[in-house]
Structures are given as C-alpha cells and as structure tokens.
Design a protein around this ligand. Structure first.
Ligand SMILES: [Zn+2]
Length: 472
C-alpha cells in the first residue's frame, strides 16, 4: 500500500473527518492497527493502552476550533516554541513550530511527565494537519510571477526550518512518549528510498526544431553560455538527427538516466506532456510522434515508470487536466503500456491547494509529486513520506497521494532561484538526502532530461543519485 496501513481509531467524540484523517495518518505511519482515543473533561485527547494504567494526553485538536476556521486568516497560527529537554534530546533542535490560537503564548514545557502519564502540551495533531493540508497557502495571497506560493512567503522559510520535515518530527515526539509509557510497543519500520523523476519538458533539442531555432541555440551557446564546445556538440547532434539517428539529440539523455538508475536498483519516473496550453512556457511536442512513442516503449520495457506532466495552464482547470491525462492514457494503451499506478507533476510546479489535488484525483490519477517550492528546495509539506491528502474546502480526505518533491535541480541552480554553485548544491542535496534517511522517508529528486548536457551536469547528477546509504 502506497501510504502505509490505516489505523482504526476508536473514539466516540473525536470522529470528525479532519481529526480521523490526521490521526489515521499518524498512527498508520507507526503501524498501530487499533488505537483508542477519547476526550477528557478538560477537552484533552487521551490515549490509553488497556490494562496498562497509563495515559498519554495531547492538547485539543485545533484548540477546539473547526477545520474551516483554519481558513479564517490568523485565527490559528504557527509559532516557534522553545523545545524542552525531552524534545531537544530527541530532535537536537532549539525550536519547534506548533499551531496555537492567535494571541496565546507557546506552551512550555512541550511535554510534561508524571509517573503514570505524560502530556503533550501542544496541538500535535492540529499542527500536522495544518501543515499537510497547506492551509497556510490558502490564506496567504502572496504569489510569484507564475502564480505560485513562493517559499519566501512561507512560515518555514521565514523561520528557517524548510530543511526540517516537522510533521515527521511530531511523529517522533509522539512515538517517544508512547514508547516511554509503554515500552512493549513496536512500530512499523519503513525504509529510506530514492525516487528519481524526470519532467520531459523538451524531449528533443534538435529533432523537432527548425534550422532558425537551432541557429539561435548555437548563437546562445557561443554568446550567452560562452561554450564553443556546446555549439560544436549541437551541430554534430543536429547533423546526426537529420541523418535519422534521433537518439543523438542533445536532450536525448534518457538511456544514460536509466542506466544510472538501474545501477542503483531505482525505478525512474518520466513525466510526459501531452498538450501546449501556453506556447511561451510549453514546448508543444506531440507524444503521438513515432520518436516519443518509441521512447515511451523503451522506458516501459526497461521497467521504468511513465507519468503525467500537466501543461502550464492546467493547475486550476479540471477539464483540461482530465483531457491531457486521457491523451497520455490513450497513447500508452495503443503502445501496450500498462501500469498499476499513474502519477506525475505540474509543469513549473504551478499548484494551488486544494484545487489541483482535487482535479488530479477526479481525473483518475493516483499521486502527485509537485510539492516542493520552485524558489527553494526542502520540505514544503513538512514530511518526506507519502501521504493521502485532505481537501480543506470540502472537508474530506481525497483518494489521492502526495509524494512530496524535495529537490528540483532548477531550484538549486536556476538563475531565478537559489543560484548555488555546483559544490554548494551538492552539499545541500546531501543534507536533505541524509535527513530523509534519518526519518526513513523518500528522497524525491527531479532532474530534467534537458538539464544533462555537459560533463559537469552529469557529475552533479551522479553524485546526487549516488546511494551511499545502500552500503551501510
Ligand atoms: Zn515542466
């Protein structure tokens, strides 16, 4: 199962869709099949293990507010709490973002102990719910040029914790409390893995281009990129492609990508576009073309994944989303490509909560992997684990999974974003990969086929993919 087992929550007065969703998600992550929860007279959530005589209390979900109150600006908000000795010893962090009522101070200590009980003095379930639903993006109207919620507007970036999967940290806090009260409990083990994905924005640089466009690219190689080597390589590729050897195209890096993934036993995902809704930002290739069909057959026959890359103008448009995904399904069907799961990513990471999730679920897709920020790498959803998503507008869980993107190569290197030098980019990649490993999560990396042109590009990509964790 993609998102882990579901826990059965037995509770009389806590059965709202929102609480059921987040409790299921957290206890399911721990692999606890059945959990008994109730509300105390002080409105706290109480967790008991029968016949143990011990109780874990947790602050009320959303401080007693309704989920829709999250959309009323500022009523509930994140604050940076000082960690106490217990939490600090667990996370090695001085601060923890938690959800509180506007105007109330951060609780201290975060966890209280007595011989037979413990109290988590902050809204652990509500904090996780708030971050996972992306409620923050629904109330904050700041957007960038491409109508995206920018990292720089986020509480995580402003408070320097975008590199921390804080929802996963909450799970660790909860588990540490439970283990101390009930040492006999065992949790489910998950294993770190890498998820490599490749948005096919421009499958071919020369094969579908006019001599004029190629001339412009060559001029760009010489004047803008100051790379005569690139220009020579491009002319060579163009001539080879014109002779019919289309795999010599400079953007045709697919075989080498698959070779590298196979070396580490990783299944790469290639997300294809099927439409052009904005000629300025969509390349407009046709997956009907024999080259694309052959490429998709090759990817499939080597055991890698075909996925969906929704065009620039789709992120608010359920009809266009469905139409583009149907097109991909049709071509795959014609080519005999069958897969159990279909997922992908929005072009330019254009995405809006919860509309785009809903559109994808309605189109029949299983998962999305859009959710990193374009302008900064890290944990936009506060987790490195896949999770089923909650539609805050309709107050219900959707039959749909988010596999959060952690690093897009363009965020690290792109001139509009972080603009890191390759050696700094390398250490940033490794930092985030290590964190995913610590939390036994998924390090999801996006590297475009068109971003692997030079030896230097390949060097960085190879070090990003290198799975040293496998050798321990
Ligand atoms: Zn794209």
């Amino acid at each position: 199962m993609m998102h882990g087992e579901r826990a059965r929550i037995l509770s009389k007065d806590l059965d709202s869709p929102a609480f059921g969703y987040v409790a299921n998600l957290i206890f399911g992550r721990l692999g606890l099949k059945e959990v008994v929860l109730k509300t105390s007279s002080a409105k706290q959530i109480e967790l008991e293990i029968p016949d143990s005589g011990r109780t874990l209390r947790i602050s009320p979900f959303l401080s007693g507010n309704k989920p829709e109150d999250l959309l009323k600006t500022g009523q509930l908000q994140l604050c940076m709490a000082d960690t106490d000795e217990f939490v600090r010893g667990l996370l090695f962090e001085d601060k923890l973002p938690i959800l509180t009522l506007k105007g109330s101070s951060c609780p201290t200590p975060l966890v209280d102990w007595s011989p037979d009980s413990a109290s988590i003095n902050f809204d652990l379930f509500g904090s996780a719910f708030y971050i996972l639903t992306r409620a923050e993006e629904m109330t904050d109207t700041e957007r960038d040029f491409h109508d995206r919620f920018p990292a720089k507007a986020s509480h995580a970036f402003k408070n320097n914790y975008l590199h921390r999967p804080v929802v996963d940290e909450y799970v660790e806090i909860l588990w540490a409390c439970m283990k101390r009260l009930w040492p006999q409990l065992e949790r489910k083990k998950t294993e770190f893995r890498m998820a490599l994905s490749h948005d096919v924005d421009v499958p071919f640089a020369e094969a579908f281009s006019s001599p004029l466009r190629i001339g412009r690219s060559i001029a760009g190689d010489l004047l803008k990129r100051r790379s005569p080597g690139k220009a020579v390589k491009r002319i060579g590729s163009w001539l080879a492609v014109k002779r019919g050897d289309w795999r010599k195209d400079t953007n045709y890096t697919f075989d080498r990508i698959m070779d590298l993934s196979e070396k580490y036993g990783i299944r790469s995902a290639f997300y294809f576009k099927t439409a052009c809704t904005n000629p300025k930002y969509d390349d407009g290739y046709s997956i009907d073309h024999p080259y694309l069909r052959q490429l998709m057959r090759d990817i499939h026959s080597r055991g890698h994944e075909i996925g969906f890359h929704a065009s620039y103008e789709t992120y608010l448009d359920p009809v266009q989303t469905k139409k583009e995904f149907r097109k991909l399904q049709k071509v795959c069907e014609e080519e005999g490509i069958e897969q159990e799961t279909w997922g992908g990513r929005q072009h330019y990471l254009r995405w809006k909560a919860p509309t785009t999730w809903r559109n994808w679920a309605e189109a029949g897709l299983s998962y999305d992997s859009t959710l990193s920020y374009a302008d900064h790498v890290g944990f936009r959803c506060g987790t490195c684990h896949e999770f089923s998503v909650f539609d805050l507008e309709q107050n219900k869980e959707l039959p749909f999974i988010e596999r959060p993107l952690i690093v897009m190569e363009g965020s690290l290197l792109g001139e509009h974003y972080m603009r890191l030098k390759p050696e700094i980019a390398f250490s940033k990649i490794n930092q985030l990969k290590d964190i995913c490993n610590i939390f036994h999560g998924i390090f999801t990396l996006l590297w475009h086929n068109s971003s692997l042109q030079s030896i230097k590009d390949w060097e960085l990509y190879k070090t990003a993919v290198y799975c040293y964790h496998r050798f321990f």
